[in-house]
Design a protein around this ligand. Structure first.
Ligand code: ADP
Ligand code: MG
Ligand code: ZN
Length: 482
């Protein structure tokens, strides 16, 4: 079903070029460690990634495996033979003077990604997927620029979509769905703030019909939200130009998050001439059927398959599922809590409301088994929900152990009849009207009294036992009149 454009103006069409850093141990063409995030500058380099003449690149097998997982998951046409090209440009963070990428014979062509956007379920076609090496980093200081080549040569997977996304919000949803996929496939951390996932967004305005408008490209957004904001700002800028009868020029912009504006980086005249040619040091790669079979065998469960399984078997809603799936650690955790005997919607509720606040950097603050025990204790009335939250908070923020807290004195049930009777009496005194109501035949008022006594026990009393005691007290003719 297509969504009509009701306000008649030109509509944005958006295509994304997404670069994901592959979670390989070493770089794409040399044995240097790819774990550059906190390494000392220029400590992870060798003659290959420093671009010394006479050195030879050799392709990282693992990078191919990870890239193929994504290609297969997207249903792309995996090429039996793929090849690399040199893309030339001169920049201090690229010591060879060219980047090894894939231009003519990429790893895979086509494919599609289905995701849940603002207009329901949407599918975007993928144009191609290819491998390439990352460049180093420039660090600008007052008066000088420093070069760190630790990132030079790190493996990237580039995924290019067709220009089919129809709003900035949809582009954000698409990028999020792709990030979820990359994480589930254990292919990339997908962490945009750390630069492990980067997105160049292309946008044009179209009056509809087959002809596309002139596009501009925006770079440097470091969150999915920033991609949406940048595209909205750029679409507005283009709309403004067109409404004044001016033309959109093919240009590249950066995104200034603080000011909320796009900043011109280069015009078409300044566009680089890359002079692509086949990389002579790397022969074309033939994929053996056995290699492809191995990749297929090792494929983790796809996020949309898991989502469907949760819906079908556990009746889990889409919003809960999407939130739990956005991080595979969270999804695993949820399944372990369910395995601990908790009903899935209840587990989802506790995780998404109580636990998420306490959850930093993908780490669950308490073991899933203990979490299941806690939820079950609340469900059986052994402890109150408030008490449960308090214990959880304590376990998460101190070195207290949740299992120990749960078996500790303060959560032990009150079984002593005398203590219970005292609680019941106190409840009656605190809720005289409810007691009155009960005595005059409105027996449902008993619930108020049970609740009051329960609260006074901090959730440690048994509701059924309290109700029985309250009935005894209220029904007995000798009980003191209020
Ligand atoms: P270029 O040759 O300028 O790099 P490509 O055709 O390779 O352009 O496309 C690069 C990206 O730009 C792709 O993600 C594609 O979907 C997107 N794109 C291409 N044309 C348009 C357009 N008219 N409007 C929006 N996005 C576009
Ligand atoms: Mg291009
Ligand atoms: Zn190296």
């Amino acid at each position: 079903m297509s969504v009509g454009n009701t306000n008649k103006g030109p509509v944005p069409l958006i295509g994304l070029e997404i670069h994901a850093q592959l979670s390989t141990q070493s770089k794409l063409f040399c044995p240097c460690s790819a774990d550059y995030f906190s390494a000392a500058p220029n400590s992870l380099t060798c003659p290959v990634c420093l671009g010394y003449p006479g050195t030879l690149p050799s392709l990282n097998r693992r990078a191919v495996e990870l890239a193929l997982r994504v290609a297969l998951a997207l249903g792309a046409d995996v090429k039996p033979t793929f090849a690399f090209d040199r893309k030339h440009y001169f920049y201090p963070d690229l010591p060879k003077g060219y980047q090894i990428t894939q231009a003519r014979r990429p790893l895979a062509l086509g494919g599609r990604l289905t995701f849940h956007g603002e207009h329901g379920q949407r599918t975007v076609n993928v144009r191609e997927l290819h491998l390439e090496e990352d460049a180093g980093k420039l660090i600008h200081r007052p008066g000088c620029t420093l070069v760190d080549l630790n990132r030079a040569g790190v493996a990237l997977l580039e995924i290019v979509t067709e220009p089919e996304l129809r709003s900035p919000g949809e582009a954000k949803e698409c990028l999020r769905a792709l990030r979820t996929l990359l994480r589930h496939l254990r292919v990339s951390s997908g962490d945009m703030e750390k630069g492990a996932l980067r997105c160049d967004a292309n946008v044009s305005l179209s009056a509809g019909g087959a002809t596309l408008g002139t596009k501009t490209e925006i770079k440097n957004m470091n969150s999915t939200r920033a991609v949406e904001r940048a595209l909205s700002a750029e679409a507005a800028r283009q709309r403004e130009l067109l409404s004044r009868g001016e033309r959109v020029e093919e240009e590249t912009y950066g995104w200034d998050e603080d000011r909320g504006t796009v900043v011109l980086q280069r015009t078409k005249q300044q566009a680089a001439q890359y002079r692509y040619f086949p990389e002579p040091d790397l022969p074309p790669v033939r994929l053996s059927p056995e290699f492809l079979q191995k990749v297929k065998r090792e494929m983790p469960e796809l996020p949309w398959v898991r989502r469907e399984r949760w819906r079908r078997e556990w009746g889990l809603g889409d919003r809960e599922a999407d939130s739990l799936l956005s991080d595979p650690e969270r999804a695993e955790y949820f399944e372990r809590v369910v395995a601990g005997g908790v009903s899935p919607p209840r587990a989802a509720n506790w995780i998404l409301t109580e636990l998420l606040r306490l959850w930093t950097d993908g780490g669950a603050p308490v073991p899933a088994g203990a979490m299941a025990d806690l939820i079950n204790a609340v469900e059986t009335g052994e402890i109150s929900r408030t008490k449960g939250k308090q214990l959880l908070e304590r376990a998460a923020t101190t070195d207290a152990d949740l299992t120990q807290l749960l078996s500790g004195d303060e959560v032990q049930k009150i079984v002593d009849r005398e203590t219970l009777a005292k609680l019941a009496q106190e409840a009656i005194e605190a809720k005289l009207q409810a007691a009155e109501d009960y005595r005059s035949g409105r027996t449902q008022a008993l619930g108020v009294l049970v609740g009051q006594a329960m609260k006074r026990s901090h959730g440690r009393a048994d509701a059924a036992q309290l109700a029985e005691l309250l009935r005894e007290l209220l029904d007995s003719p000798s009980s003191p009149e209020a």
